[in-house]
Design a protein around this ligand. Structure first.
Ligand code: PLP
Length: 379
């Protein structure tokens, strides 16, 4: 019989009310006429791609973005009916899937457009696309100054250009040189759209901002905002300042439970490499969760803390692949069976702080989460 999370050793809790709240907050921050495109790539940053997309679709979100064609297919196969944009590369031999599943494929370069056009023509189908414009990130896209190539893509018979977009590479920064760079990216995108209009091209849906693009450059007039991390309610890094203050709430928590409590004597060590040595008679709680579940090993040896009851107990010794130990000597009331929160909430267990311990951003921490953990929706 399938049990609830009561029998799980560790799990990811996803707060559906907080997810809906964040979507609503972001929609309210966007100018009229602009639509939220929920970025649900990489299992919705560890929140469960299908679960997240379904909940958002139920609450009125009509557009989604993923990184890969497989992610897109999984959403369609699970009943998602809204627009789906694939942000990354798809082999043009998948043109049949792009057409059959009604997906929008990013045009990542001019030669890519030519190849996709050729394959689509061969199959006798039309593929919906959004042209990616490179305005300075120099990752994907046709250079903004390359008007003639962009016009040629618009003219391709078997590509239906439904959108055109760019990506900002330092919109999260408040450093003056980064703000100047971002403004340059934005104006080169609009210079291109102006020139296209002058050439008689009917503009498709336009989009520029991701989460920090919206929070720092909220007045841009676009058709979509592609929001990921903000939708999940956490900053990329601790203490990030943004022009718009938002009341976003974290959606994900990583939880486990105390399955064993043991006493260790003064001088005894715990775990691999004997990295923790008890300086006193100590009580150690064992949690059956580890770096194999996405909890970073960098939090070993007291660099991470785990919330159990009202305590914030330090990680004792090294985080293992499947277990970790915490020092609960001072957490007197902790008992076997207690729930432990490893990621979630505020202070030392919030995602930005945990990510920062390993020199990473929340986005990376979250999307590494959950390769083998069940996702449990709550609320
Ligand atoms: C991942 C991604 C996003 C979402 O970024 P967030 O910072 O998480 O909001 C938006 N656009 C593109 C092109 C992306 O790759």
């Amino acid at each position: 019989m399938k049990q609830g999370y009561e029998t799980e050793r560790a799990w990811i809790e996803v707060s559906l009310p907080n997810l809906r709240h964040n979507a609503h907050i972001l929609q309210n921050l966007m100018p009229a006429g602009c639509e939220l495109m929920a970025v649900v790539k990489c299992e919705a940053y560890g929140h469960g791609g299908v679960l997240t997309a379904k909940e958002l679709e139920r609450s009125g979100v009509g557009a989604f973005a993923v990184a890969t064609v497989e992610e897109a297919l999984r959403l369609r196969e699970n009943g998602i009916r809204g627009e789906i944009l694939i942000l990354g590369y798809t082999d043009v031999r998948r043109a049949g899937d792009l057409y059959g599943y009604d997906l929008n494929q990013s045009v990542i370069g001019f030669e890519y457009a030519e190849a996709l056009q050729k394959t689509a023509a061969h199959l006798g189908v039309t593929v919906r696309t959004h042209i990616k414009i490179d305005t300075g990130m120099h990752r994907l896209g046709i250079r903004a100054g390359n008007l003639s190539d962009v016009i040629r893509v618009f003219a391709m018979k078997n590509l239906e250009v439904c959108g055109m977009y760019t990506h900002l590479c330092c919109a999260d920064s408040s450093a003056p040189e980064d703000i100047a760079f971002t403004k340059g990216q934005i104006s080169s995108f609009y210079r291109l759209t102006d020139m296209l209009e002058r050439e008689g091209v009917r503009l498709p849906k336009l989009h520029i901002q991701s989460s920090y693009g919206l929070l720092n450059y909220p007045r841009l007039k676009c058709d979509y905002v592609r929001a990921g991390i903000a939708l999940y309610g956490v900053d990329s890094a601790p203490g990030t300042e943004t022009v718009l203050k938002s009341q976003l709430r974290p959606v994900l928590s990583l939880k486990s439970r105390v399955v064993l409590i043991r006493d260790v004597k003064k001088g005894e060590s715990v775990g691999y490499g004997r990295q923790f040595t008890a300086g006193r008679e100590s009580r150690i709680a064992i949690l059956p969760v580890g770096y194999g579940d996405g909890y970073p090993g960098d939090l070993s040896c007291g660099r991470g803390r785990v919330r159990i009851r009202e305590y914030c107990a330090p990680v004792a010794g090294r985080v293992c692949m499947d277990q970790l130990a915490v020092d609960i000597t001072e957490a007197e009331t902790v008992k076997r069976g207690d729930t432990a929160t490893l990621i979630g909430g505020e202070g030392m267990t919030d995602a930005p702080s945990i990510a920062a311990v390993s020199g990473r951003i929340s986005n990376e921490l979250l999307c590494r989460m959950g390769a083998r953990l069940p996702v449990v929706p709550v609320g």
